[in-house]
Design a protein around this ligand. Structure first.
Ligand code: GDP
Length: 297
């Protein structure tokens, strides 16, 4: 699981403080050094680590940790709160339209888990939020993307709208919107084309779809295993599209987690969902507080 190694190192650094009773400034410095190494080894962005440590130190001194009766648990709480701050203090849910249809556009590079994630999120909104979703197959580039979406749609009992690979993606989307209105669907998920790399053609197509439907959410899938690349990918997409949330996939792998910890403060885009496996139910809403608990658990 992502964060395992970070979690072990952080806990060790903080454990070394406990049982010491009163802390000296040297104890604090040693702990901060260890926390620094733990974060850097987890591949957290260098500048973020620097700021993180400054804040932990300031807060610790500000709350007179050195004079406290149980100083180590105060430090743990300070580190916990700073991790929550990094991840985004509030859980970010979907931006449902107040009335009328909600449109969710899914974007991401090929292989990041975009198609799988659409089915996972559609299944979640259907089961947990009582929505009536329609999936739109607007990825006409990757061979078999349409069939994959159809198979997934069938498995969650959700209709898939397609016009095949001969119809341009924007045309498919236009027709899908009319169809969804006519059939009374309240949540439309648009599966868009991915590429191996970000290129102008990909972005232009995505921008065209964005301008056409003005989605309530644009969710970008990023692969936890790619570490700091998450930040670069999120930045590039966000510069061109109004990305409103991330779906971090493959969190069940042994990624170091640094990309996930860095991405929000660099791009301001919150993580909304975490994919934890290949099955439809392997998806969780992202709660910064719970994630921090897990890291320090
Ligand atoms: P797309 O090209 O972005 O549409 O990617 P796919 O949805 O086809 O997924 C690519 C591969 O990643 C597939 O084998 C998926 O089963 C797998 N995958 C997607 N999400 C996860 C996840 O959260 N965990 C794991 N372990 N595998 C995932």
């Amino acid at each position: 699981m992502a964060f395992d190694s970070l979690s072990n190192r952080l806990n060790k650094a903080l454990r070394d403080l406990s049982g010491k009773g009163r802390l000296t400034e040297k104890n604090m410095e040693d702990m901060l050094k260890e926390v620094r190494i733990a974060l850097l080894e987890a591949d957290v962005n260098y500048k973020i680590v620097k700021d993180f440590l400054v804040r932990v130190k300031e807060k610790s001194l500000g709350t007179d940790v050195l004079e406290a009766v149980d100083p180590s648990s105060m430090v743990v709480k300070i580190v916990h709160d700073e991790i929550v701050e990094l991840l985004g203090t509030q859980e970010a849910t979907l931006n449902y339209a107040e009335d009328g249809m909600t449109v969710i556009m899914m974007v991401g590079l090929q292989g990041t888990g975009k198609t799988t994630s659409i089915a996972k999120v559609a299944n979640l909104v259907k089961k947990k939020h009582n929505r009536n979703p329609l999936l739109v197959a607007a990825d006409i580039i990757r061979p078999a993307a349409i069939e994959q979406l159809q198979t997934l749609g069938k498995s969650i009992d959700v209709e898939v709208f397609t016009k095949g690979i001969e119809t341009p993606a924007t045309e498919t989307v236009k027709q899908a919107m009319l169809y969804a209105k006519e059939k009374g669907y309240d949540t439309v998920f648009i599966d868009t084309a991915g590429r191996l790399h970000i290129d102008e053609e990909l972005m232009n197509e995505l921008k065209e779809i964005e301008n056409l439907v003005h989605p309530n959410d644009i969710l970008l899938t990023v692969d936890a295993m790619t570490g700091q690349d998450i930040v670069q990918v999120a930045k590039s997409f966000h510069e061109q599209l109004n990305v409103t949330g991330l779906v971090v996939t493959k969190f069940d792998g042994d990624s170091r987690g640094g990309g996930v910890l860095s991405v929000r403060s660099i791009t301001q885009v919150p993580v909304k969902f975490v994919g934890q496996g290949e099955k439809i139910d392997d998806l969780e809403l992202f709660y910064p507080d719970r994630m921090a608990d897990r890291i320090l658990g």
